[in-house]
Design a protein around this ligand. Structure first.
Ligand SMILES: *[C@@H]1O[C@H](CO)[C@@H](O)[C@H](O)[C@H]1NC(C)=O
Ligand SMILES: *[C@@H]1O[C@H](CO)[C@@H](O)[C@H](O)[C@H]1NC(C)=O
Ligand SMILES: *[C@@H]1O[C@H](CO)[C@@H](O)[C@H](O)[C@H]1NC(C)=O
Ligand SMILES: *[C@@H]1O[C@H](CO)[C@@H](O)[C@H](O)[C@H]1NC(C)=O
Ligand SMILES: *[C@@H]1O[C@H](CO)[C@@H](O)[C@H](O)[C@H]1NC(C)=O
Length: 376
């Protein structure tokens, strides 16, 4: 019973034995180079372009870039030689920087760094910037980076996985290369999982301390707190005054910020990229969710959706609005057949050269991008 109830949760973390689809033609793929010297980033480095234009909700019109996937596993570096996906993104000094999840042949995850002048062709740093060093990172490693920058410091949330428990962890840096780890940040939280495969027993606990997908809102709210949404079934809220020490709002059991609502998100929900402030002072939150087979969506399909949230007035939720249908779904071969089938998983959203670029993992195996126009 316990294992069955956990099955949907573990889909992303566990290695599926599915075969990889043949990679698409190299001709259409932007070139990716390796480098031993990352660009210099300091607390003074400028973030975003000078003409950055905030979005309003909903931000629509995302289309797959024709040259996807834009980054593939790199056979030259063992730590990123098997799978490469789930990127966070930030614009610094007129370059897009990605922090991405990569897996070696034993499927251990590390976090890599790449940068680009055009948003599509990336140079990557040959060494991982975050790798497994702690007991809670053994075997599974460091997964699913999400980065924000506040007052010149980068705050990175990632999932440490020791092949038993996924734990939401935090690290900080001022240059994207050297990171200080703070360990699991919500160790006492135990999530309730919606047991959608067995509708007689609706809910069951996950292993103690199981937490994932922390997406920090990078602005202190009028009540003096920073907030993040996190979770791996429902989304929940955590609060902090210093961005380092976090508490689950509502105590050990948490307060659901957003339960599944749309038909394609009934299996589970995870944060996407950190929320982005809208033109009218609310926040646009892109998220990922898994379907259960309802409404014509394939069971265990991961899609990306969008909600409007208001941490100043409703820090514990619920969202003010959600789009009813996904903004991105698995449609190409790399998304339909992968390490895990039928997965798009978005974790990076930036505005760059007049476009919104949404970076996502395809089939838990490759890194791709979708683009949408900047709203007038
Ligand atoms: C791997 O190494 C070869 C030989 O040095 C080089 O041509 C190629 O560009 C490298 N690939 C990547 C992704 O860095
Ligand atoms: C960042 O700077 C702002 C403005 O000075 C300040 O209000 C905020 O507390 C700072 N946040 C952190 C985490 O240092
Ligand atoms: C990780 O867990 C899986 C599933 O329980 C198991 O098959 C595998 O042997 C474990 N890996 C290691 C290295 O312990
Ligand atoms: C932050 O979380 C703690 C622990 O659950 C809770 O006592 C406190 O009320 C929360 N603060 C806010 C502002 O949500
Ligand atoms: C902002 O400036 C860049 C470079 O100067 C340009 O490519 C881009 O289209 C501009 N963005 C908008 C939203 O006007």
């Amino acid at each position: 019973m316990m294992m069955a109830s956990l099955q949907p949760l573990l889909l992303l973390a566990l290695a599926a034995a599915n075969t990889l689809a043949a990679p698409p033609s190299r001709q259409s793929t932007p070139r990716a180079y390796g480098s031993n010297t990352p660009p210099s980033i300091t607390p003074e480095t400028r973030q975003n372009e000078a003409n950055y234009t905030a979005p309003y909700f909903p931000l629509l019109g995302f289309e797959q870039y024709a040259g996807n996937p834009i980054l593939r596993p790199n056979p030259n570096n063992s730590w990123e030689s098997a799978y490469l996906y789930n990127p966070s993104a930030i614009v610094l000094d007129d370059k897009v920087f990605l922090l991405y999840r990569a897996q070696d042949q034993e499927k251990k995850s590390s976090i890599g760094l790449a940068w680009s002048d055009d948003g599509y062709s990336f140079t990557r740093y040959n060494k991982p910037v975050v790798e497994a060093t702690e007991w809670y990172e053994e075997i599974g490693g460091c997964e699913d980076p999400r980065v924000v920058r506040v007052n010149g410091t980068f705050y990175l949330t990632y999932t440490a996985y020791n092949n038993v428990t996924a734990r939401l962890c935090l690290a900080t840096s001022t240059d994207l290369v050297h990171w200080t780890k703070y360990g699991p940040i919500l160790p006492d939280f135990t999530e309730i999982v919606y047991n959608w495969r067995q509708p007689v027993v609706y809910y069951g606990p996950t292993p103690a301390g199981w937490t994932k997908s922390g997406a920090i809102i990078d602005e202190r709210q009028p009540d003096g707190y920073y907030y993040m949404q996190f979770g791996d079934t429902y989304l929940y809220t955590a609060n902090s005054t210093d961005l380092i020490h976090w508490s689950v709002s509502g105590g050990a059991a948490g307060v659901p910020f957003a339960p599944p609502l749309n038909v394609w998100e009934q299996g589970l929900m995870e944060s996407g990229p950190p929320p982005i402030k809208t033109r009218d002072g609310k926040w646009l939150k892109v998220y990922n969710a898994m379907a259960t087979g309802l409404g014509g969506y394939t069971a265990t399909q991961y899609s990306t959706g969008q909600m409007l949230i208001d941490p100043a007035n409703a820090p514990l939720g619920p969202p003010l609005a959600r789009i009813e249908t996904p903004i991105l779904q698995p449609t190409t071969q790399t998304e339909i057949k992968g390490q895990v089938d039928n997965v798009v998983f978005s974790e990076g959203l930036v505005q760059f050269r007049g476009k919104w670029l949404l970076y996502f993992g395809a089939g838990d195996a490759f890194l791709s991008v979708a683009q949408a126009p900047v709203q007038p």
